[in-house]
Design a protein around this ligand. Structure first.
Ligand code: ACO
Length: 331
C-alpha cells in the first residue's frame, strides 16, 4: 500500500441546551463571577440535562463535520470517539456509527482525557498515512458535569459539556498533517483523577470482587497549571521541529481550552501574539476532549480560520498526557 497524504476537510460541533453562568453558579458554591473570570476567563458553561446523551451530542457534531467535508456517512472507513465520559463504559462509538448509518466504518472509543482529541487525530492519521483507510470521522466529546464534584468550588467552576468533530481524508496530491509529538507521564497520575472506587464483596468464601462506582473528579489545580505551562510550549516546539516550521509560520495557536491564563502563558512563552490565539472558553469552560474541535469549528465557521492556514493544536490533561499536532486546515 502506498503512503498517503492527510487532509482535514470538515468540522462540526454540538453543545447542550442548558447554560450555567458564574453568577448562578455562585448560588451553589462559595465563589463569584469576579474570582472565576480573573482566575480562569470562564463566564459560563453548557451542561447536559438528564435526557441529553453523549452519543447524541457526538452524533450531531459528526453529522455537521461530514456535511462540511461533503461526504456521506457510508463513505466512512473508521470512527474514533475521544472521550472520558461515554454513555456506556464498553464504548459509545458503536452507537454513533449506528446513528449515523456509517455501516462500513469500524468504530471505537479512545481515552486520553483532555488530550483525547490530539491523541485521536494522530491515531486516526496513521490509518490514512499507511494507505489503509480513506475517510475517518474523529469526534471529541465529554459530559464531565456527570462526574464533577458540585460541592468542590476549586474544580466545579472549570468544566462544561460539549462535542466537536473533524473529518480526515486521504490525498495523493497533498499532505496537510505536518508534524506531531505525544507524551505521557504516569508518575504524575494522581494530579487529576476520575477513579473507580470499590468495596469488597465476597462472592463465595475467599473470593472477593470490588463493587462500586467512579468517584467525582479530584484535581491538584496548581500542579496541573504548572505542568501545562511548562510542557505545552515544549511539545509544540517539538511538533514544529518535526514539521520543519518555525513558530512565526503558525497562523493559529489552538490549545485545549482549560484556562485563559494557561493560554496566555503558553502563547507568551512561544512568542505567539494574542491575536493568533483561539479562545472560546469564556462561553463553554473546559469541555475536555471536545474543547479543541469545538473551538476549531467555531473559528472555521466564522471565517477566522481559512483553507491553508497553519494551526498548532495542543491538548493536555489527566494521565498526565499532553501532545501537539501541526496541520493546515482544509483541502
Ligand atoms: N471561588 C473562590 N475562591 C476559590 C475558588 C472559587 N471557585 N476556588 C479556589 N478558591 C480559593 C482557594 O480556596 C484559595 O483560597 P486560600 O488562598 O484562602 O487558600 C484561593 O482561591 C486560591 O486558590 P488557588 O488554588 O491557589 O487558585 P489558582 O490561582 O491556582 O487557580 C485554578 C485555581 C483555576 C484551578 C488553577 O490552578 C488552574 O486553572 N489549574 C489548571 C486546572 C486545569 O486546567 N485542569 C484541567 C486539566 S484538563 C483535564 O484533563 C480534565
Amino acid at each position: 500500500m502506498q503512503n498517503s497524504g492527510i487532509l482535514i476537510t470538515g468540522s462540526g460541533s454540538a453543545t447542550p441546551g442548558n447554560y450555567l453562568d458564574n453568577q448562578t453558579l455562585s448560588q451553589l458554591v462559595d465563589t463569584s463571577d469576579e474570582w472565576i473570570t480573573t482566575r480562569t476567563g470562564i463566564k459560563q458553561r453548557r451542561l447536559a440535562a438528564t435526557g441529553e446523551s453523549l452519543t447524541a451530542l457526538a452524533t450531531q457534531a459528526g453529522r455537521e463535520a461530514l456535511e462540511m467535508a461533503g461526504i456521506a456517512a457510508t463513505d466512512l472507513d473508521m470512527i474514533v470517539l475521544a472521550t472520558s465520559t461515554p454513555d456506556d463504559l464498553f464504548g459509545s462509538a458503536g452507537k454513533i456509527q449506528a446513528e449515523l448509518g456509517a455501516n462500513k466504518a469500524v468504530a471505537f472509543d479512545l481515552t486520553a482525557a483532555c488530550s483525547g482529541f490530539v491523541f485521536g487525530l494522530v491515531t486516526a492519521a496513521q490509518f490514512i498515512r499507511t494507505g489503509v483507510y480513506q475517510n475517518i470521522l474523529l469526534i471529541g466529546a465529554d459530559i464531565l458535569s456527570r462526574w464533577v464534584d458540585w460541592e468542590d468550588r476549586s474544580s466545579c467552576v472549570l468544566f462544561g459539556d460539549g462535542a466537536g468533530a473533524v473529518v480526515l481524508q486521504a490525498s495523493q496530491q497533498c499532505d496537510r498533517l505536518l508534524g506531531f509529538e505525544l507524551k505521557s507521564d504516569g508518575t504524575q497520575n494522581a494530579c487529576l483523577n476520575l477513579a473507580f472506587q470499590g468495596a469488597p464483596r465476597e462472592l463465595v468464601p475467599d473470593v472477593n470482587v470490588a463493587k462500586g462506582t467512579y468517584h467525582p473528579i479530584t484535581m491538584n489545580g496548581k500542579e496541573v497549571y504548572r505542568f501545562a505551562v511548562q510542557k505545552v510550549p515544549e511539545v509544540i516546539d517539538k511538533a514544529l521541529f518535526h514539521a520543519n516550521l518555525s513558530v512565526e509560520q503558525v497562523d493559529w495557536l489552538l490549545l485545549h481550552q482549560a484556562n485563559q491564563r494557561i493560554l496566555d502563558a503558553v502563547a507568551d512563552r512561544l512568542n505567539i501574539p494574542s491575536h493568533k490565539v483561539i479562545s472560546n472558553l469564556a462561553q463553554y469552560g473546559n469541555t475536555s476532549a471536545a474543547s479543541i474541535p469545538l473551538a476549531l469549528d467555531e473559528a472555521v465557521r466564522c471565517g477566522k480560520i481559512q483553507s491553508g492556514d497553519i494551526i498548532a493544536a495542543s491538548g493536555f490533561g489527566a494521565g498526565l498526557t499532553w501532545g501537539a499536532v501541526i496541520f493546515q486546515w482544509g483541502r
